[in-house]
Unconditional design. Structure first.
Lengths: 893, 108
């Protein structure tokens, strides 16, 4: 109890320190005045009365110290004094302070920004209660025969997946009812055409099992969530909407419950709204907006889907462990149950559980691969900032030797001096860290947007939580310790050393080593930035084989409106027809997916008569395109013709292939008129077009076949519109015109081909920009370090230089050693940095284009740049040394 | 002038005792001890205040700002219930020790 009371007294006194000190002052003053009055009453003179009062009290300051000591406040008092003194002394060196604080702010800010993303992407948990109880269920085995998401063809292959059939879900759920609640969901990968009020949107939908929300322990914002009773055949069609959907489609209308929505043409009743914080179980993805039960499948799922068949594996399973159940135990139970039911479908079947605390995240690995090297880079940058700060503190320590030796002579112990210097360093890092952390909130957001690229949004919640703030604080403390301890100890021990400027001789070896390390580290960043800058310029120099500018792209999705192929064809034709006469439009055509969008469809190809050449069937990219496709994209036709209007469903089946296809499948023979066999039909080649870059700009052209969309119809289509005006200026008109044709069909993903191209080279652009700016920054820092080191050395040796000049040394003789020293430092840094850069590049620079990680030009250029910068940084102080006036220098002695 | 040194720990007891008569400020505590001891005991004023703060931290006494008899702001200390208990036990301990020391000194 006493301890508690003490703690409270201490805390109270610490928090209200100013008040506490004032009270103590007043209390003691009253005492002295009362004593003085009493003395006067006893007949003393005024001065004598006061003297006696002070004497009999015996040291007011001492008494105050004792009182503070009683409450354990003395170290707080000392710290405050150290910080106050530190602030005053830093104020005397404004340039030093500004450079130190801003480099720390940059380094700590950059590290904290990156960490806030690491925190969100790699460390975040699902926003549900007790997420650590969640598990993801996986199967593995040799696939026999079943339809995995409707796609077969993997028979006899060892496979694994997260999707089960609906009957398997029911069996597994009841088999481990004791240990966990198994639940499932099916993302509608194609999206759902949803119409809340006026316009049809392509929304992300989630089909869930009836126990989904109960097992996740999600509570509705209002209304009700789906339950077991909703997951029966013939149940009422109900939908739960996300907060985002409520906001964007219903304007936060509190009367939304009971409203009807059209999903893929069927009517659904809104029964509940999810809380704002619930972003679904797939982190890093656009969160689902609409939730309905799997029983709703016939209305919203893919057409003709046999949802209850044990042959259709499509339900992803998760589980929430019951309290006290060990995950290994649950894994064993589910494995045994799975082995019992899956023999018909899998050889050597097995089921395993993974931790589901973070939910399902397909992007985490990708982001991790970018974020970890980035974290490494900012870590290196922080090290440079530390080294730089240490170097500056060392230089400053020797410049302050005079001051420190006086303080030492006046009785400040070594410990007190070291503590004082550490307090200064802590003050610098605290201010730098605070500024950096402020900037990091903004930097993390920006970085997330940059990393996600221009077309998709960064869907992680990169907020500044306690973990990020703790990280920043830890960085501050570690930085202060790492960069402060050595300079403080060195300066603190210098108290007996005289201020003598004649000491000369040995140069600061520690300072030199630091600068060498900095040059080495900045060289690594310069090399990496150089490699990516060259990659980027190579990529920008690539001709994609079609015309990128003035090409508007949008997506029209008839989704699951249960239209027949003929109806979809008619719709596509009328969209083409509506677009072509629009003002500003030169031509328009359709395709199943755009070029350079990281998408491709691959089909097996057989060329009758040449089967034996390539052994088994070959593969080629395939695209179902509209008439005038090649004119719209600007792809040259090299022989024969392109796809035309008369290539209808009833006309002979035709195909156009590219040059790469001709080289691979016809070995240079004349291709026109030949037949290729694809998807079970024979297609006659009627034309050859030029090669283009396909899904990514840096991949070489791949054999590609183009088919008329009227003979083979894609389920949803992208339209390319060649414009005479800037594409953005007519995007809205185009959208309205297409909406009018069939309002039930969603028109979305409006972009331009230029944007798609930029997005595909986004990663290289980002790394080049990031490394470039980091390299510039560290280069500036190491320049400052070198400049400081040499000018400090010159200043310290002014006396010596003066003597040597007085004895007849020429300017060159003075200049020479200084420059030689700088060259040695630069040379050492570069010599160490080049092999290190190569090692780093080998590991991290995996997506270079048009050059290797050992590109000699980049290394030579980077080394030369480093050397030039080193000499520049040394030249200024060296010139100053050669201009020393011997008389003035000697007079200073 | 030869003044007896206070035994270690006795200052606490004396302060508790004089505060038993009602709240007092620091100067008055020193004066009261001086007067009650018939001017024999002089409290070292420099050590009075650390002692008061320590006793406050232990919860034996409680400070409160108020008006002194001359109308000035002063910090008055009063005994808490815990302080009263402490006074009783320290006083009993003191009595026992005084008797014991007296016994030793009287023996011949």
């Amino acid at each position: 109890m006493g301890l508690l009371r003490n703690a409270r007294a201490w805390l109270g006194a610490s928090l209200r320190r100013r008040r506490f000190e004032a009270d103590l002052d007043e209390e003691l003053r009253l005492h002295l005045e009362l004593r003085e009055e009493k003395n006067r009453a006893a007949g003393m003179g005024a001065a004598e009365a006061r003297q006696d009062a002070l004497r009999s009290f015996g040291g007011v300051g001492r008494a105050k110290e004792d009182v503070r000591g009683v409450l354990g406040l003395h170290w707080l008092h000392d710290l405050a004094q150290d910080l106050r003194y530190g602030a005053r002394s830093l104020g005397k060196w404004p340039l030093f302070t500004v450079i130190a604080v801003s480099s720390l702010a940059l380094a700590i800010g950059a590290a904290t920004s990156v960490f806030s993303l690491v925190n969100a992407v790699l460390l975040g948990s699902l926003p549900v209660p007790d997420p650590q109880e969640l598990r993801i269920i996986h199967w593995s085995g040799i696939t026999k025969h079943f339809s995995y998401w409707g796609v077969g063809g993997w028979d006899g292959v060892r496979n694994h997946g997260n999707d089960f059939s609906l009957p398997a879900y029911r069996d597994l759920r009841s088999a481990c009812r004791e240990d966990a609640e198994v639940f499932g969901y099916v993302p509608t990968y194609e999206g759902v055409l949803a119409r809340a009020r006026h316009e049809t949107m392509s929304a992300q939908g989630f089909m869930v099992t009836g126990n989904f929300f109960a097992a996740l322990r999600v509570r509705p914002l209002f209304g009700s969530l789906l339950g077991e009773e909703d997951d029966r055949p013939g149940a009422d069609r109900r939908v739960v909407i996300s907060y985002h959907w409520w906001e964007s489609q219903f304007d936060l209308d509190p009367g939304v419950l009971g409203r009807q929505m059209l999903l893929n043409g069927s009517s659904y009743t809104v029964v509940g709204v999810l809380p704002r914080g619930f972003s679904g179980i797939r982190t890093g993805k656009v969160p689902a907006d609409l939730y309905f039960t799997i029983s709703a499948q016939p209305h919203v799922g893919p057409q003709g889907w046999r949802m209850d068949s044990p042959d259709s594996w499509y339900v992803a399973l998760m589980a929430r462990l019951r309290p006290g159940v060990r995950p290994e135990h649950f894994g064993a139970v589910i494995d045994a149950a799975f082995k019992g039911i899956s023999g018909k479908y899998l050889g050597e079947p097995a089921a395993a559980v993974l931790n589901g605390r973070q939910g399902i995240d397909e992007n985490r690995g990708d982001y991790g691969r970018v974020l970890m090297p980035l974290l490494g880079t900012v870590g290196v940058m922080l090290l440079i900032a530390c080294a730089n700060l240490a170097g500056m503190l060392l230089a400053r320590g020797s410049a302050r030797r005079h001051e420190l030796s006086i303080r030492g002579a006046l009785g400040a112990g070594r410990g007190r001096l070291v503590r004082q210097l550490m307090a200064e360093c802590l003050l610098l890092t605290l201010v730098g860290g605070a500024l950096g952390t402020l900037a990091a909130g903004w930097g993390g957001m920006l970085l997330g947007r940059v990393l996600a690229g221009s077309t998709s949004a960064f869907k992680y919640d990169a907020r500044m939580d306690w973990r990020v703030l703790g990280f920043a604080l830890a960085l501050v403390v570690v930085t202060a310790l790492v960069s402060g301890i050595y300079p403080a100890l060195k300066a603190g021990s210098a108290k007996s050393a005289g201020p003598g400027p004649m000491r000369g001789g040995s140069r600061s070896r520690a300072g030199g080593t630091l600068v060498v390390a900095q040059i080495c580290l900045s060289l690594i960043l310069v090399v990496v930035a150089g490699l990516y800058a060259r990659t980027l310029s190579n990529l920008l120099g690539v001709s994609p084989g079609f015309s990128v500018e003035n090409l508007l792209i949008f997506h029209a999705n008839p989704g699951n409106l249960r239209m027949t192929d003929a109806e979809v064809r008619t719709y596509y034709s009328s969209v083409q027809d509506a677009l072509r006469p629009m003002p500003g439009v030169t031509s328009a055509s359709l395709m199943p997916y755009p070029f350079l969008s990281n998408t491709s469809q691959v089909d097996d190809v057989a060329v009758p008569g040449r089967e034996k050449d390539g052994g088994a069937a070959h593969e080629a990219n395939s695209m179902d395109v509209g008439d005038s496709f090649f004119e719209t994209l600007g792809i040259r036709i090299l022989a024969g013709r392109g796809i035309i209007v008369s290539d209808t469903a009833n006309a002979p089946k035709v195909a156009v292939v590219n040059s790469a296809f001709v080289r691979q499948f016809f070995g240079g023979e004349a291709p026109i008129g030949r037949v290729i066999r694809v998807r079970g039909s024979d297609w006659r080649v009627v034309g050859v077009c030029a090669d283009t870059r396909f899904s990514r700009l840096w991949q070489p052209s791949h054999p590609t076949m183009y088919f008329p969309f009227r003979q083979q119809t894609p389920g949803s289509a992208f339209f390319a519109v060649r414009t005479a005006l800037p594409p953005a200026s007519i995007a809205a008109q185009v959208r309205r015109a297409v909406d009018r044709i069939n309002p039930a069909i969603a028109v979305d993903d409006v972009s331009t081909q230029r944007e798609l191209l930029d997005a595909t080279i986004g990663p290289q652009r980002i790394v080049a920009a990031l490394c470039g700016s980091l390299a510039a920054l560290t280069l500036a820092l190491s320049c400052a370090g070198l400049y400081g080191l040499i000018s400090h050395d010159v200043a310290r040796r002014t006396g010596e230089i003066g003597v040597r000049m007085a004895l007849g040394a020429s300017k060159a003789q003075i200049l020479g050693p200084v420059l030689r020293w700088a060259l040695a430092i630069g040379g050492l840094g570069i010599a160490a940095g080049l092999p290190l850069s190569y090692a780093v590049a080998r590991v991290y620079c995996t997506n270079l284009f048009g050059l290797t990680t050992g590109d000699p030009a980049t290394y030579a250029g980077s080394g030369a740049l480093m050397m030039a910068v080193t000499l520049l940084a040394a030249a200024v102080p060296a010139r100053r040394a050669s201009c020393v006036d011997p008389l003035a220098a000697l007079r200073c002695e | 002038m030869d003044k007896p040194e206070l035994f270690a720990g006795t200052l606490d007891l004396l302060i508790l005792k004089v505060l038993g008569g009602g709240p007092l400020h620091g100067f008055a505590i020193a004066e009261r001890i001086h007067a009650l001891s018939r001017s024999v005991l002089i409290v070292e004023e420099g050590s009075l205040y650390p002692c008061l703060y320590r006793m406050d931290a232990k919860g034996w006494i409680e400070p409160e700002w108020g008006q002194s008899d001359k109308g000035r702001r002063a910090k008055f200390y009063s005994l808490t219930p815990l302080g009263r208990k402490q006074l009783a036990s320290e006083r009993a301990a003191w009595d026992r020790m005084a008797v014991a020391i007296g016994d030793v000194l009287r023996s011949s």
